[in-house]
Ligand binder design. Sequence first.
Ligand SMILES: [Zn+2]
Length: 202
Amino acid sequence: MPMFNLTSLRLCQLCDTSPRSKAGVCLDCWRSLPWFKQEVLRQEMQIWAACQYDYPLDRIIQQFKYQQQLHYQTLLSGILAELKYVGVQAIVPMPLSLPKLAERGFNQSVLIAQSLSHKLKAPIWQPVLRHAEHSQKGLTRQERLINIDSQFYLAPQQSLRCKRVLIVDDVVTTGSSIRALADQLEQLGCTHIRAACLAVAK
Ligand SMILES: [Zn+2]
């Protein structure tokens, strides 16, 4: 009797025709993601971006976040784990405010950081919390930055555990949230703060 390998019969999550090869998708689909794998400069911070925020990744991220398509965690987490970086003591996912967390049920940045956390043997660390976002409408650029800055605060009784940290976010546009989070981590005493995201928007 030939042995059946059940996992080899599972089909790619994107094209649904070829067998899965990596992170829940087939090799063709994996290769045709909008790969970028470069650093971009935002708010005076170098942010490593795995991909461009383009098709099909833009739709996948939206379905993951807003339609609870959580089976994409394997793929998104696998994409971020392409980052090769040593010396990280902890991964700090971009925090969500409590109302947003309650509405969505999960923090997408925590989920997409899982594979990278295993690979780098660096735990997920959440020393910074976030207030509910206020509308940015009608604010000047300067006011927007102050508005974002005031959203982040240190969790009570937080003592420094890790100095070398990596911030993880899903999609980066202006980079102002990452900057504001990095400022809090600096206040806490972190000395090496790097940032990585799944996708960077043009
Ligand atoms: Zn495929």
